[in-house]
Design a protein around this ligand. Sequence first.
Ligand SMILES: [Zn+2]
Length: 83
Amino acid sequence: MLGKILMALGASSFALGFFEAQTALSGSHKAIESGLLMIIGLPLAIIGVFVWRASVKKRPACAERIKKQATACKHCKAVVGNA
Ligand SMILES: [Zn+2]
């Protein structure tokens, strides 16, 4: 859950900074602000990906990702060993 929030937050602030940079004059306050958004947003999104990946496991049976705490697969409904 936290991973997805971080990913969304990071990606949106990176995108916002990227689009703001298109219209900002170089050296202006807006340019610095958009640069900061991109610098903060990118690692935030990357951290989010790692946090999310650490909380899920890939099932070899159906190749879907489910939460590590799950005892049943939400995709194929099979019971999963919680190991
Ligand atoms: Zn499954």
